[in-house]
Write a new protein. Structure first.
Length: 110
């Protein structure tokens, strides 16, 4: 069975409008087990962030589920020349049934 997905895109920038080059990826973690026509497990889905701060990821639209789950969104930042990573929590979002979203509009809606 093929799972329906929605594409989430975005750009991660600093307040001075420059890309944060140390952001390696954006992570979306489903808050719990979900059911649609199948069972969806709460795994983390990640997308690499390029040198311009841009990313794109396909996610199951949890608004289609029956248990009211959400995605926790975090930016993973590499520090000390790659010696360790830290996560910056960006918020919690719900991906409805549309086919495309920007991260900014999902965060604004939450």
């Amino acid at each position: 069975m093929t799972l329906s997905t929605a594409t989430v895109t975005g750009t991660v920038l600093l307040p001075d409008d420059t890309a944060l080059s140390t952001v390696d990826r954006i992570e979306f973690t489903l808050s719990g087990v979900e059911t649609d026509t199948i069972t969806i497990l709460p795994e983390t889905v990640s997308a690499d962030v390029d040198e311009n701060g841009d990313f794109s990821v396909s996610l199951w639209p949890n608004g289609s589920g029956s248990r009211g789950t959400s995605y926790a969104v975090a930016a993973v930042i590499t520090e000390n020349d790659g010696q360790y990573e830290r996560k910056v929590q960006l918020g919690t979002v719900t991906v409805a049934s549309a086919t495309t979203y920007t991260l900014a509009e999902l965060l604004d809606a939450s």
